[in-house]
Design a protein around this ligand. Structure first.
Ligand code: PEP
Ligand code: MN
Length: 365
């Protein structure tokens, strides 16, 4: 199982600091790769990334330069000493990447979603000592992500890492891919030794938001960042909107505030303990309040049944929502959050009353 020494490869490369993987979405020309590599090196990056084969949503878009790009990447490595990383989506890609001595092979989000494809890649990787990174699948399914990691682990690869690049969503939102931070956090909780790398570029979809997302990841104790970097982002052949320049990368890297994992400090630990105790007490109270609310929901449900009144009452619901939002505003809590919470509460109340209705109708108490 994925639990042992995986973080050592990451520490070996980045020491106690963050691991930086940077480079273009796609390799386009030899000059572009070499110039980007120089910039990434100067900025303090560790690994040069480049997409050689591009999984595009629709055909007809630029699908990558193919194997010739591996030569450019290899040359960039010779010239800068950077390690190199490319995306692999099938055994043929793996074979070529190994042939060109690429150091890091990553499995993209459109591939990690498919256990057949991951297994084929795992089989092709058998016996290598390369670093393998697995991006989260496009849909928010932690088990599927873990499954992909396990397939690589079972192939005997022991330098593994996970890359969080956000999740597809129909929601109207300021991101290209929704971060859903709880998912990578759950992964890290289950596998503390597994290096976790954040890809703020594919989450944000916009170069101006890359830093904020990356800083959030850093605060959440991610081990590294994969940042799309291009010498002329506006002219990039893919993902032009989200790439930053090597100079921007160089300016960004020193800005990250690294939280210290100071949990060993006795005084600090005591403060945490006290505050956490308070939070636990509040949580217990919250659940008790929910129980009280549920009792009232049941009482009113019985009345609705008796008087044959519909369970869903639109006016009442709009009124609940309105009150909740006003209360949120007055108490300076995020109104959107409170709204979501009350939608959930209301949904649950309707469900409870519906079950109650069925129970009473069948003659039970
Ligand atoms: C990429 O890294 O350029 C890429 C295609 O990413 P993802 O698999 O996360 O969409
Ligand atoms: Mn990209």
């Amino acid at each position: 199982m994925i639990n042992t020494v995986y973080n050592s490869w990451c520490r070996d490369i980045a020491g106690e600091g963050l691991l930086f993987i940077a480079g273009p979405c796609s390799a386009e020309t030899e000059e572009q790769i070499l110039a980007t590599a120089q910039g990434v090196k100067k900025a303090g990056g560790h690994i040069l990334r480049a997409g050689i084969w591009k999984p595009r949503t629709r055909p007809g878009n630029f699908e990558g330069v193919g194997a010739i790009g591996l030569k450019w990447v290899q040359r960039a490595k010779q010239e800068t000493g950077l390690l190199t990383a490319v995306e692999v989506a099938n055994p043929n890609h793996v074979e070529l990447a190994l042939q060109y001595d690429i150091d890091v092979l990553w499995i993209g989000a459109r591939t990690s979603v498919n256990p057949f494809a991951v297994q084929e890649i795992a089989n092709a990787l058998q016996g290598t000592d390369k670093i393998v990174l697995i991006k989260n699948p496009v849909n928010p399914d932690l088990a599927l992500w873990i499954g992909a990691l396990e397939r690589i682990d079972k192939a005997g690869i022991d330098k593994i890492g996970a890359v969080h690049r956000g999740f597809s969503s129909y929601k109207k939102m300021p991101y290209r891919n929704e971060p859903l931070w709880q998912i990578p956090i759950d992964l890290k909780t289950r596998f503390p030794a597994l290096p976790l790398i954040n890809d703020p570029s594919h989450i944000s979809g916009k170069h101006e938001n890359v830093f904020d997302i990356a800083q959030t990841a850093v605060q959440l104790l991610f081990d590294g960042l994969m940042i799309e970097t291009h010498i002329a982002p506006e002219k990039a052949w893919s993902d032009a909107r989200q790439q930053i320049t090597p100079d921007e990368l160089a300016a960004m890297i020193p800005e990250f505030v690294l939280p210290k994992d100071k949990m060993f400090d006795a005084d600090l630990l005591k403060s945490f303990k006290l505050l956490r105790k308070d939070i636990d007490d509040i949580d217990t109270e919250l659940v008790q309040l929910l129980k009280n609310r549920q009792n009232k929901i049941e009482e009113i449900g019985r009345l609705k049944y008796k008087e044959n009144v519909a369970i869903y009452q639109k006016e009442r619901w709009l009124n609940i929502l309105d009150r909740a939002k006003n209360n949120a505003r007055e108490n300076d809590i995020n109104q959107k959050f409170v709204e979501q919470l009350f939608r959930l509460l209301h949904q649950e109340s309707l469900k409870l009353q519906h079950h109650l209705f069925k129970r009473l109708k069948s003659g039970k108490k």
